[in-house]
Design a protein around this ligand. Structure first.
Ligand SMILES: [Zn+2]
Length: 246
């Protein structure tokens, strides 16, 4: 069983596991009230959540880590090894380069920033604990580590630390490794920002090769793998928009 928690811009997912739930991602720090409201609408208590799978460190995914762990320290976070340092910094990293996925996206994002002064790409810094599960930059069968029938798929490209969660039915919870969001701006199922385009599409090819069927992204509706196949390599480095923030 899977339930969606829809926040201001982020979808979080709650997956039933043995003796409780696994939560995929949190949301912006500002999503706190909505998060708990949605959780109670689904009749789920925070103390039933055993694991928190963090797809990557960005502000709209990691914003509520301190709040959730503060209220239930027993939650074990599953995260990529790069995320450990990036979460301590409390800001979406710019250390690995990157660009807006299209020139139209760049224009829209720059306009949005002008009218939303509180859009800072930052979040409350988080320091992970010994009980958290730090994954290497490769695919990991979580059954072997924590006894749940799910796999973590290293999915870089959107960010260096991106990971996705694959279930037995070939449903993939991909964070921002794909998106059905603002497609009118020419995204071709990519998220607004991409760190490394060739790495991004290698990750898509891996999803296809693994036999993924449906993708549940953090932004927008679920995506059939056929859409990914049809759009692979459609964006180009020349067509992207330069990322200028300072
Ligand atoms: Zn992101």
């Amino acid at each position: 069983m899977m339930k969606t928690i829809k926040l201001s811009k982020t979808n979080c997912y709650i997956i039933s596991i043995d003796k409780g739930y696994l939560l995929v991602d949190t949301g912006y720090a500002e999503d706190k009230i909505k998060f708990f409201k949605e959780l109670s609408n689904h009749q789920i208590e925070l103390n039933e959540i055993r694991f928190l799978f963090l797809t990557h460190h960005h502000d709209d995914h990691a914003g509520l880590l301190n709040d959730l762990i503060g209220q239930n320290p027993d939650i074990r976070i599953i995260l990529n090894e790069y995320s450990v340092e990036l979460l301590k910094n409390g800001v979406n990293t710019r250390a690995y380069g990157g660009a807006w996925c299209s020139k139209r996206m760049k224009k829209a994002a720059e306009f949005y920033r002008l009218i939303n002064k509180n859009w800072t790409l930052s979040f409350p810094p988080f320091i992970n604990r010994d009980t958290d599960i730090i994954l290497p930059n490769q695919d990991v069968n979580l059954k072997q580590i924590i006894g749940i029938n799910l796999s973590a798929i290293y999915s870089p490209g959107h960010s260096i630390d991106s990971i996705s969660l694959l279930d037995e039915n070939m449903n993939l919870y991909c964070g921002d490794a794909a998106a059905d969001y603002l497609r009118i701006l020419g995204t071709r199922y990519a998220p607004p920002f991409i760190t490394d385009l060739s790495q991004f599409y290698s990750t898509w090819q891996k999803f296809v090769d693994l036999g993924v069927k449906q993708i549940y992204p953090s932004h927008g509706n679920k995506i059939n793998i056929e859409k990914i196949k049809m759009n692979i390599n459609k964006l180009t480095n020349d067509g992207m928009g330069k990322f200028i923030w300072d």
